[in-house]
Design a protein around this ligand. Sequence first.
Ligand code: SAM
Length: 287
Amino acid sequence: MMIQSLIRCRALNAFVLTVALVGCGAHTPVAQDYQPSIAQEGKDVVWIPTPTDLAERLLKAAQVTEKDLVYDLGAGDGKIAILAAKQFKATAVGVEYNPDMAEYARKNAQRAGVADKVTIITGDIFKEDFSKATVVTLYLLPGLNIKLRPTLLAMKPGTRIVSNTFTMGLWSADQTIETESGHLGYLWIVPANVEGYWSISGLPDLGHATGTLVIRQQYQELNGTLQMPAGRVEQPIKGLMRGNEMTFHYRDANGTTRTVTGKIENGAFKGYLMHDPSIQISGRKTS
Ligand SMILES: C[S@@+](CC[C@H](N)C(=O)[O-])C[C@H]1O[C@@H](n2cnc3c(N)ncnc32)[C@H](O)[C@@H]1O
């Protein structure tokens, strides 16, 4: 907190936090009345708590409710897990490598009256299984976010991930959050994997025929083609995933850009044309 309030420039802020967050792996000795200190070393990253305003905004952006299971990876003093339980009524789990810090977080959860909703695991974020989480919160480092990225992308589509300050490399955020105090955070929604060939029907251009949608996917971004039945030119498509929701644009026979939007459920697509929701579009993955 002290470090952050001294720094105004956001770029410098991210740089200084990067330098400050890189720990050298040493371990704080066990103390009876343990009191952590800001920027103390951690296994892969030092401890700096997320500012409360940003923590609230991140959990709000992730639309956390009592139905959620929130995992904070690198839980520190338990601040995020406690906030998720107390203010957003979620069940929360914090994973913290430093056993003293983990115990300190457990005591904080007790003091906050949410020990029944908050579990603090003493463990390594790269070894613990957090696949059941519906929301994951991070305040790590860019390199650690990228190391976690394959695991995060393999989570259930629709899982929300929020990060204080640091991004996820080529996986661009679905939303950027900026607090009035100038802190930055990011939200990602795990996209369903739709890459491949789809047979698609219902588009007015196709009549009663079936077209082929060829989708190339990079994270949540879609590119590809809509192949029409014989005699029609293949159309490029562009689209976006938001969890299980798929939206794509193509040009109809008159050259007008049309938008199709809908949901993936059990490997099938059910949607409609944006300008006329009575026109139902359906799709099925063929390979
Ligand atoms: C920057 S702090 C963030 C604390 C908390 N998530 C927050 O936002 O307020 C990072 C925390 O991760 C812990 N940590 C570092 N490497 C870890 C690892 N491999 N597994 C679990 N915790 C780790 C550190 O001890 C530290 O408490």
